[in-house]
Ligand binder design. Structure first.
Ligand SMILES: Cc1cc2nc3c(=O)[nH]c(=O)nc-3n(C[C@H](O)[C@H](O)[C@H](O)COP(=O)(O)O)c2cc1C
Length: 167
């Protein structure tokens, strides 16, 4: 992604979001980070957290100096929730809606889990504080938002026969 400045209709983006967020997200919250140093720091902390991760592809990314968990996107949205049992579903729905709202106005958006690895270790509370995450909440999902470099790639092939009709 690139941060190259283009005219983005942010007003429309937030309007789209406010109509599409799940009603229950008023139990959760969105943190919009637009500080490049902070996004970079979060990416580096996430990489450090999984340098010895059990999955090889994660380890390889973590040890790749070129890799940035948020692809150097100028905006990162953290979707934060409390410990309510329905919070993961609510926040996941909100995250998907953020992706759709962004793509609908020509932004590039990617759901990012990698950048949140830091919240699973002892540095998690340091970053929660630094970012201003509310007490009792934690970042559950995140989205990198920016401008697409190059053309939109084709969608990956989908599994067939995933729908079963019971009549
Ligand atoms: C829960 C979840 C976590 C993801 N985390 C990442 C991530 O950390 N980094 C990344 O590049 N893409 C991440 N993605 C995006 C996927 O890599 C993929 O681009 C997206 O699901 C679209 O799927 P498709 O390639 O099959 O169209 C994540 C997607 C989901 C649903």
């Amino acid at each position: 992604m690139t941060s190259k400045s283009r005219t983005t209709n942010w007003k429309l983006f937030w309007k789209l979001l406010s109509t599409h967020l799940t009603p229950d997200l008023n139990l959760g919250s969105l943190l919009v980070i637009q500080k490049a140093e902070l996004i970079n720091e979060l990416s580096e902390a996430a990489k450090a957290a999984v340098k010895n991760y059990e999955m090889q592809f994660i380890r390889e990314l973590a040890n790749n100096q070129e890799f940035n968990a948020f692809y150097k996107a100028p905006t990162v949205i953290l979707v934060c929730g409390d410990e309510s049992p329905w919070m993961p579903a609510d926040c996941a729905a909100a995250t998907q809606n953020i992706l759709l709202a962004a793509e609908s106005i020509g932004l590039a958006a990617c759901w990012i889990h990698f950048g949140l690895f830091v919240f699973g270790n002892e540095n998690g509370s340091k970053y929660k504080k630094l970012l201003g995450v509310q007490e009792g909440y934690r970042p559950l999902y995140s989205v990198a938002l920016g401008y697409r470099k190059g053309d939109q790639p084709d969608a990956a092939p989908r599994k067939k026969n995933v729908v079963t009709y019971v009549k």
